[in-house]
Design a protein around this ligand. Structure first.
Ligand SMILES: NC(=O)c1ccc[n+]([C@@H]2O[C@H](COP(=O)([O-])OP(=O)(O)OC[C@H]3O[C@@H](n4cnc5c(N)ncnc54)[C@H](O)[C@@H]3O)[C@@H](O)[C@H]2O)c1
Length: 254
């Protein structure tokens, strides 16, 4: 596993959940990492160092909705490694957003969800772009969501703020891919389906977490996504840009 040998990849939302799982897998593939989160990334860095020889990630405290902080995040990554080959825009607000009606959406929560998910994704791209432009290469992966592909039957599963902010991410990808392609930078969205984001929990659940609506009949686990991520940052995926890759076990098909 050395597909990403010496590539420098910056991951946001890396302190926990899927971001932590992506970090460990990309480290195992040989990438040098910068781990950014509003929370402490020390645990993720330790897991990377334990899982991959020579891994010594830079950890950064960053609120991705703040432009000065995202610029500083990119600058410090470049200062440490001298280049930025990849950006994984994974930070997102997702939990605790269910509402019974659109009338129950707290508009301050709406603004925060958009600030982190949509604005944060855009700011991350703006922050790394000057470095990728100067080196004439780069890969950006944005995290959307399979929930943008369906209109749930139950109103309390619609989460209009979350779902629409994730739909915005897919369109940000399509739009910036056009401009950044001129600099040999490809931009992709991954849209995960419902995924157990903690590896230990996923191991405990195993294949026992049924998802009858999915073609593969089960809910996703982190390893369903981490290999796709390694592929997208590799040279094998250089010609994929502007696209949304849906990784959901065939739950929504389109
Ligand atoms: N788990 C799923 O089923 C699923 C499905 C579709 C999409 N996603 C997306 O995948 C990503 C990761 O999901 P997860 O399940 O690991 O969620 P999670 O809540 O466990 O992790 C999100 C991470 O983002 C960080 N974060 C939140 N706000 C931030 C900010 N302002 N600045 C920097 N970091 C911030 C959190 O601290 C946390 O470490 C999210 O973007 C989520 O929307 C997850």
């Amino acid at each position: 596993m050395d597909r990403l040998q010496d590539k420098v990849i910056l991951i946001t939302g890396a302190a926990a959940g899927l971001g932590r799982e992506y970090a460990v897998r990309l480290a195992q593939e040989g990438a040098q990492l910068a781990l950014a989160d509003i929370n402490d990334c020390a645990d993720t860095a330790a897991r990377c160092a334990a899982a991959a020889q020579g891994s010594d990630p830079l950890t950064l405290s960053v609120d991705v909705s703040d432009e000065d902080q995202t610029k500083e995040m990119a600058r410090r990554t470049h200062d440490r490694y001298g280049r930025i080959d990849g950006l994984l825009n994974n930070a997102g607000l997702m939990r605790g957003l269910a509402v019974k009606s659109l009338l129950d959406v707290d508009m301050e929560v709406w603004d925060r969800v958009y600030a982190v998910n949509a604005r944060g994704t855009f700011l991350g791209i703006r922050a790394v772009f000057p470095y990728m432009r100067d080196q004439k290469s780069g890969t950006i992966v944005n995290i959307g969501s399979g929930s943008t592909l369906r209109i749930a039957r139950a109103v309390d599963s619609l989460n209009p703020h979350y779902t629409s902010s994730k739909a915005a991410i897919a369109n940000i990808t399509r739009i910036v891919a056009r401009e950044l392609g001129a600099y040999n930078i490809n931009v992709v969205t991954i849209a995960p389906g419902s995924t157990t984001s903690d590896r230990d929990q996923a191991l405990a659940e195993g294949e026992a977490y049924p998802e009858p609506d999915a073609a593969l009949q089960r809910r996703g686990v982190p390893s369903d996504l981490t290999g796709v991520m390694a592929f997208l940052f590799s040279e094998d995926a250089r010609f994929i840009s502007g696209q949304m890759i849906v990784v959901n076990g065939g739950r929504e098909v389109y």
